[in-house]
Design a protein around this ligand. Structure first.
Ligand SMILES: O=C(NNC1=NCCC1)c1ccc(Br)cc1
Length: 322
């Protein structure tokens, strides 16, 4: 059963989707960069649950415990969570999956306590699910057989309600055509070659680099050579260790940033490259460093400009201008 669920922007950091788990409604962060569906649960300390909706398995008539199953996830930004596992019915928009592995948090890191989400829905490949002793399938993997097409799409417009579409692409959410590229899922991500970028109109090579489409990451994270090349073109830009990234005068003129997804450039407009006020008259850049490694991470700021299609047949990733 195809369907669409509304994604609401929260604090400019994430988009939350109202999701029903065992009859209980939670606001979850859909994350194409991980593969665990986990929720704040009644097993958490009250101080960790503060400000959050949480799932209580004893209140669900359809919950089935998976005895002895555990999960423990660490994200690239240093956040993490862990707990135990059961099966329950999960409803997202018009799509329902029965016997979905639902990972109940017993611990969550401070980032999650302070963020607005009540848990995450992992939409990367099930090969990186952290449940032990038996890996579990993602909501999307479980839903595929009931969808018209084995795909979902992310529509995340800047500062406005968006959507996740399951089983179809919605042509009212994009202009022009969708450009697809083959995905290498061997690392468990929606990953593809990303071997060139442009600062304004100046072309740079990124030999051997890949990109990952990751709705669970807020910003655009690229290698230091690209980040340095970009901010060298921004008057007054500097790296601020106190702010944890590159900042610039809010009055600065920003160049566009383009990067290849497969063989086609995606272009991020200057307006999206100013993430907002850091402090005083300094603004924080939407482009920041991914640190070491050759994987660029194209997060929500990318999806603010492009409708993203995650197609399991292939697999492939497609994008079209919003
Ligand atoms: O963790 C990742 N994405 N999701 C989330 N981040 C923070 C909370 C959720 C992530 C995935 C792949 C790579 Br490469 C780097 C980061």
């Amino acid at each position: 059963q195809d369907g669409s669920a509304t994604a609401v922007p929260s604090d400019g950091v994430e988009y939350l989707v109202s999701t029903v788990v065992g009859g209980q409604t939670l606001d979850l962060d859909f994350d194409t960069g991980s593969a665990d569906l986990w929720v704040f649960s009644s097993q958490l300390a009250a101080s960790s649950r503060s400000g959050h909706a949480y799932y209580t398995s004893s209140k669900s008539s359809t919950y089935k415990a998976l005895s002895g199953y555990t999960w423990d996830i660490s994200y690239a930004d240093g956040s993490g969570a862990s707990g135990n596992v059961g099966l329950d019915t999960v409803q997202i928009g018009g799509t329902t999956v029965t016997n979905q592995a639902v990972e109940l948090a017993k611990t969550v890191s401070s980032t999650f306590v302070s963020d607005a989400s009540d848990g995450l829905v992992g939409l990367a490949f099930s090969s990186i699910n952290t449940v032990s002793p038996q890996q579990q399938s993602t909501f999307f993997d479980n839903a595929q057989s009931s969808l018209d097409s084995p795909l979902f799409a992310a529509y995340l417009p800047f500062n406005a309600d968006g959507a996740y579409d399951f089983g179809y692409t919605d042509s009212s959410k994009y202009t022009g055509s969708i450009t697809y590229t083959s995905v290498d899922s061997s690392n468990g991500f929606w990953e593809y070659p990303s071997t060139s970028y442009k600062v304004g109109s100046t072309v740079h090579s990124l030999s051997g680099y890949t990109g990952i489409s990751d709705t669970g990451t807020t910003l655009i994270l690229m290698g230091d050579s690209a980040v340095t090349a970009y901010y060298n073109q921004v008057s007054g830009a500097s790296y601020s260790s106190s702010q944890g990234g590159y900042i610039f005068p809010c009055s600065a003129t920003l160049p566009t940033l383009s990067f290849k997804i497969g063989s086609t450039y995606a272009t991020i407009p200057a307006s999206l490259l100013n993430f907002g006020t850091a402090s005083g008259s300094s603004c924080f850049g939407s482009l920041q460093s991914v640190g070491s490694g050759s994987q660029n991470i194209y997060g929500d700021v990318f999806f603010n400009a492009y409708y993203g299609v995650f197609d399991a047949s292939g697999p492939s990733f497609g994008f079209a201008t919003i």
